[in-house]
Ligand binder design. Structure first.
Ligand SMILES: CC(C)(COP(=O)(O)OP(=O)(O)OC[C@H]1O[C@@H](n2cnc3c(N)ncnc32)[C@H](O)[C@@H]1OP(=O)(O)O)[C@@H](O)C(=O)NCCC(=O)NCCS
Length: 326
């Protein structure tokens, strides 16, 4: 069976930098609190009028895959912040990129694990033999769903996009070797937006209470995140009879430096083997791993033959890991 390989990556972060110091002028917080609790120093914020699809297009346009938009026949966009509830943002992106109308386009929502879920989905669809090249994007404008008056959440999130192009290779043992996906559906209330969906449609009251914004029980999410990421990483290593030490680089979801440090300790793998850029972007949800993956490739942290482990968790609470040989 042919392998699914990553042909290229690209990413985009909006120009506007919002520092902790600047945030502390609008909510009761400080650089010291945010940095010591999360590792974050600053995040990017989309320009007025700049949409999730705009950022996704910018990320896709710089992907170094050596293929054109016309070569892509599958587009999956992982996001929780599509430009609008309907249609899927993937269709808007398809049009903006000038892709062929016989490209399959859909969005996928697995929150911050969305990119790993989309990678697995795209890979399975390519392996079916019915598609040749997939564009997989993680893109978010979290600044549009954050409650800017809630200091417990607004300091943690940012905007951005990352993209990869997947293709098929006849060379065995390369590319996506495996994935492990799952969810703790009994913990949906830990990280959610309660209003604006079909069970609680938006009302003047819900808008006044900012119930259309993201809410989180940070401490509980923290504990479950560490457990889920540790398990997802261990499971996939076990599946492939690998020891953590054989992994060249772990690219974890960039939510919180302390979560990443806890995973490093649990896996007994030094922090030098983890790619970290949370200090510059905060948590960009589904965009976090593809942005990090692109930066890791472009800064030479990934070499041919290396094994890379992606590991994520997010609202749901979903989790996922993926093992890639370059
Ligand atoms: C949110 C998080 C950083 C908070 O860190 P923490 O060490 O758990 O901090 P606590 O919740 O104990 O808060 C401690 C105090 O700081 C206060 N606080 C919360 N946000 C604050 C802020 N931005 N600035 C200053 N103080 C703040 C709290 O009100 C609390 O005060 P109190 O003790 O008087 O009630 C941490 O729980 C976390 O990262 N959780 C996981 C979040 C995550 O990854 N979400 C994304 C999932 S994809």
């Amino acid at each position: 069976m042919p392998s699914t390989v990553i042909l290229g990556t690209g990413s985009y972060a909006p120009e506007r930098v919002l520092t902790n110091a600047e945030l502390s002028t609008t909510v009761d917080t400080s650089d010291e609190w945010i940095h010591s609790r999360s590792g974050i120093r600053e995040r990017r914020i989309a320009a007025p009028g700049e949409t999730t699809s705009d950022m996704a297009v910018r990320a896709a346009q710089v992907a170094d895959a050596g293929v054109t938009a016309a070569d892509i026949d599958l587009l999956i966009v992982a996001t929780i912040t599509p430009d609008q509830p309907l249609p899927a943002v993937s269709c808007l992106i398809q049009h903006k990129l000038g892709m062929r109308t016989n490209t399959a386009c859909f969005d996928l929502n697995a929150a911050c694990s969305g990119f790993v879920y989309a990678l697995d989905t795209a890979s399975a669809m390519l392996a079916s033999g019915r598609y040749r090249h997939a564009l997989v994007i993680g893109a978010e404008k979290l600044s549009s769903i954050v409650d800017w008056q809630d200091r417990t959440t607004c300091v943690l999130f940012g905007d951005g996009a990352g993209a990869i192009v997947l293709g098929l290779s006849e060379q065995p043992g390369l590319g996506l070797l495996g994935t492990k996906l799952g969810a703790y559906g009994d913990c949906t209330d830990l990280l959610c937006i309660t209003h604006g969906g079909s069970s609680n449609p938006t009302t003047p009251e819900s808008i006044a209470a900012r119930d259309h914004c993201l809410r989180m029980k940070g401490k509980e999410v923290f504990k479950l995140a560490v457990r889920a990421m540790d398990e997802a990483a261990r499971d996939i290593l076990e599946q492939h009879q690998l020891h953590a030490d054989q992994i060249g680089l772990v690219i974890p979801h960039q939510a919180n430096l302390r979560i990443i440090e806890a995973i490093s300790e649990y896996l007994e793998l030094p922090m030098e083997r983890f790619f970290v850029n949370v200090e510059r972007y905060g948590n960009t949800s589904a965009a976090s791993i593809p942005i990090a993956l692109d930066e890791a490739r472009r800064t030479g942290r990934i070499k041919p033959g290396d094994l890379t482990l992606l590991v994520a968790f997010g609202a749901g609470l979903t989790y996922g890991s993926a093992l890639i040989r370059w």
